[in-house]
Design a protein around this ligand. Structure first.
Ligand code: FES
Ligand code: FES
Length: 154
């Protein structure tokens, strides 16, 4: 059964059809062409597909597109201001926290959600905020450095 989903993505009103079983990740990537949100495990384990949903980070692979109806969603494409990267994006670059980059959009979205909640996160809050994100390349220390640098700059 096809349904119409009306939602707000990165501040823009969007309306498009989806099957009732379509995941929010499929809706974003395949229907709306927001390819920055990554598909990896597709089972809610790795955080590559993280988006901000009504202010909270969620795994879009295990969320139905239908749940986006009436919601406000932020994807990685919504962070930069024209050519100017968001401070979290810039901090990931400046600290070398990006290697293959596949996990990076999910991390950056989780960190943005954290820093929207608190400008001075504790080490525990940082650990908790990215506990659902997996990186296979960086060894994590540089990601923590990036989060701390972004917090200082915001
Ligand atoms: S792709 Fe969604 S949590 Fe891994
Ligand atoms: S930078 Fe490669 S998985 Fe994180």
């Amino acid at each position: 059964m096809s349904i119409t989903i009306t939602t707000t993505i990165n501040g823009k009103a969007v309306s498009a059809g989806a099957e009732a079983s379509t995941s929010l990740l499929e809706f974003l990537r395949d229907t709306l062409e927001y390819k920055g949100t990554k598909l990896c495990c597709n089972t809610g384990e790795c955080g590559a597909c993280t988006v901000i949903y009504n202010g909270k980070p969620i795994n879009s692979c295990v969320t139905l597109a239908a749940d986006a109806n009436g919601a406000e969603i932020t994807t990685i494409e919504g962070l930069a201001d024209g050519d100017k990267l968001h401070p979290v994006q810039q901090a990931f670059i400046d600290t070398g926290a990006v290697q293959c980059g596949y996990c990076t959009p999910g991390y950056i979205i989780s960190v943005k959600a954290l820093l929207d909640r608190t400008k001075k996160p504790t080490a525990e809050e940082i650990e908790e905020a990215v506990s659902g994100n997996i990186c296979r390349c960086t060894g994590y220390n540089k990601i923590v450095d990036a989060i701390q640098l972004a917090a200082q700059r915001l």
